[in-house]
Design a protein around this ligand. Structure first.
Ligand code: CA
Length: 509
């Protein structure tokens, strides 16, 4: 295949525009394989008209309306920003109702992975000992104890993949009863229930913190699941470390008996995220991930996508994909909550596309949001989760989180993901200690430069060497391999992970 041959990328059968894939764009007269000829120069990442688009009619990309033509745009012309009237910002009071277009995709049978089944029915992709904490004061002591656990105990338990301290900056000096405090408290309680931890909860607390350790454990948990450094039984630092080590030892004994077993793909819970995006995020990696997300949902799995500020300006397209009116109402509830949260902080939600976005070919915020939500595929949205909440259904779920990489990662872990897929164009060495993260590059230049950090290259879609469908299938298979422990992502091989970051919209005192 001639990689210099003119190529465009069309993302949906209904689209009347496509983007130019070639480096440095294409000149007037460039002729595509299907016979279409460019009437003028079109820069890379910018749109060309696939058919004549009369003035006043819809311009469609991602199968959605990104604007209206302000003049007649002939076939083969550059659909430049000045020719596109931006759609009205979605008004939360007047959103599309659930549409019949959000139909269930045909089921996909026979796909399995090797996972760790838990007593509550959930399935982990890793076998990890996690130690919860109720306050930051204990973090240093816990880290000290866990270093000893890793070096002295862990080698004796070969079936256990690792030991993680769920440390954070919460617990002291917080408005514990403020309405929004429910978010960090719920997050910490649900983090300990992540399927990768095997149900072996324990909490290290201090003794005078506002966040009581009991609030992080399920009802009826035995007192032996909690230790407090201020307990008068401890004469000095050594006995504290010994007590933490002993609690860990008892749980390692249990976790070491966990074995991988063949589980249907429907037991998977996969989180999706992007960060460090570029002009190709919405063209290569996110559409391929969307295809893989559809395969996962068709196989019965649970897939969560997030990042409220990335989807807000295309929310009318998500409410149209809601499985029912209740789900649509829940989407509106989370958008309205975030609008109010940002307004309270004086943030300008309506900040338009950046100059970098525009030079990359994105004409407006609707098109930008479409490039983000395309990673959710085309399945109906069956449930909406408040930040850090756990799902009650399988299928495609919107888990409301900020777009911040580490906060989104922390909240999705609390919502129960066993694995996260992370798309990036500019690159980030992001990782999570509690769950494997597959990093997907939007372009092959990054994938080659960061050959020992990037797990999957979706750039072939832009260079014309791979289709969205084939790339999506490859990514789907890699997700199953990684969930089975047969593929270890680069961040896990290096042992690099970001610290947990709670979302605390409540006051600090
Ligand atoms: Ca992000």
């Amino acid at each position: 295949m001639d990689i210099n041959a003119p190529r465009y990328i069309k993302l949906h059968a209904d689209d009347n525009v496509a983007i130019v894939a070639n480096d440095r764009g294409l000149p007037a007269g460039a002729s595509f394989a299907d016979g279409l000829v460019l009437r003028e120069r079109v820069p890379q990442g910018h749109k060309l008209a696939l058919v004549d688009i009369p003035a006043g009619t819809a311009i469609r990309r991602y199968g959605a309306i990104i604007g209206t033509a302000l003049a007649d745009i002939p076939q083969g012309a550059w659909v430049a920003e000045k020719l596109v009237r931006m759609p009205e910002a979605p008004d939360l009071a007047r959103l599309s109702p659930p549409s019949t277009r959000a139909t269930q995709l045909p089921s996909l049978d026979g796909f399995t992975f090797e996972g760790f089944r838990n007593p509550d029915g959930s399935v982990g992709t890793r076998n990890v000992l996690a130690v919860s904490t109720s306050v930051q004061c204990v973090a240093g002591t816990l880290d000290f104890a866990l270093q000893r656990v890793r070096s002295e105990l862990l080698p004796r338990y070969p079936n256990v993949d690792g030991v993680v301290g769920l440390t954070h900056t919460y617990g002291c000096g917080v408005a514990i009863d403020a309405p929004d405090a429910a978010i960090p408290i719920r997050t910490l309680a649900n983090l300990a229930r992540n399927p990768n931890f095997g149900g072996q909860a324990m909490v290290v607390g201090l003794g005078c913190e506002k966040l009581l350790p009991e609030r992080l454990l399920p009802d009826g948990a035995p007192p032996s699941d909690i230790m407090r450094l201020q307990d008068e039984a401890f004469h000095g630092f050594g006995p504290m470390v010994e007590a933490i080590t002993e609690m860990c030892r008892a749980r390692l004994e249990i976790l070491n008996r966990r074995q991988r077993e063949t589980c249907p793909a429907s037991d998977l819970v996969i989180g999706l995220q992007c960060g460090g995006s570029d002009a190709f995020s919405g063209v290569t990696a996110n559409p391929a991930l969307g295809f893989a997300a559809d395969l996962l949902v068709r196989a019965g799995a649970t897939v969560m996508f997030s990042e409220v500020t990335e989807v807000r300006d295309a929310i009318h397209l998500l409410t149209a994909r809601a499985a029912d009116a209740g789900v649509a109402a829940d989407l509106v509830r989370e958008m309205a909550w975030y609008d109010a949260y940002l307004a309270r902080g004086g943030a300008d939600r309506s900040a338009n596309t950046t100059p970098g976005n525009k030079s990359g070919g994105l004409v407006n915020i609707v098109e930008k949001a479409l490039g983000s939500i395309v990673k959710s595929g085309s399945s109906p949205i069956v449930e909406v989760l408040a930040p850090g909440a756990r799902p009650s259904k399988r299928g495609l779920i919107f888990a409301a989180t900020p777009a911040s990489d580490f906060i989104c990662g922390t909240l999705q872990l609390a919502s129960g993901i066993g694995l996260q897929v992370f798309t990036t164009g500019r690159g980030t060495p992001y990782g999570l200690a509690a769950a494997p993260v597959l990093k997907v590059a939007t372009n092959s230049v990054l994938a080659k430069r960061w050959h020992d950090l990037i797990d999957f290259d979706a750039g072939g879609i832009a260079t014309g060497t791979a289709s969205i469908e084939d790339t999506g299938w490859d990514l789907f298979r890699l997700i199953l391999e990684t969930a089975s422990g047969r593929n270890i992502p680069w961040s896990d091989r290096w042992g690099i992970a970001n610290t947990l970051a709670l979302f605390n919209p409540a006051p600090v005192t």
